[in-house]
Write a new protein. Structure first.
Length: 135
């Protein structure tokens, strides 16, 4: 009578096996979620690295902006550019439509961080604007 019935041992082993299978399936699900999360974080990290390469080079941005401002159509509009340590402020009291289109096309398609922009229409062909670009 002091012996344990072998059926109880078999039943205990079956219960332990079922619990192990359930734990294994939940672990597999967590592993799949972790892999998905890793892929998403990896893509995000790659995007951040490429954005850092595009935006973090202050000297390159300043040099390209200075060369952009040397354009003849922009010089004719008497645009003021105030370069500071971490930004540049551009302003013009009267700029023609074509020069403004050229400037905005280059700035929007380039890798510039435009922090503020204010524009006012003076006539059909003229406008005034103020803009700050940070790096």
């Amino acid at each position: 009578m002091n012996r344990i019935n072998p059926l109880y041992i078999g039943l205990l082993l079956v219960v332990v096996l079922l619990i192990s299978v359930v734990q294994l399936n939940s672990s597999k699900g967590k592993l799949q979620e972790a892999k998905l999360s890793y892929k998403n974080i990896s893509k995000l990290a790659d995007n951040l690295v490429s954005l850092k390469k595009a935006y973090a080079n202050k000297t390159k941005m300043e040099k390209s902006l200075r060369s952009l401002l040397r354009n003849k159509s922009l010089q004719a509009s008497k645009m003021k550019a105030t370069f500071k340590k971490s930004s540049v402020k551009l302003s013009s009291k009267s700029i023609d439509k074509n020069a403004l289109n050229y400037l905005m096309g280059k700035l929007v398609n380039g890798s510039y961080h435009i922090s503020s922009f204010e524009i006012k229409k003076l006539s059909e062909e003229k406008a005034s604007f103020k803009m700050e670009i940070k790096w």
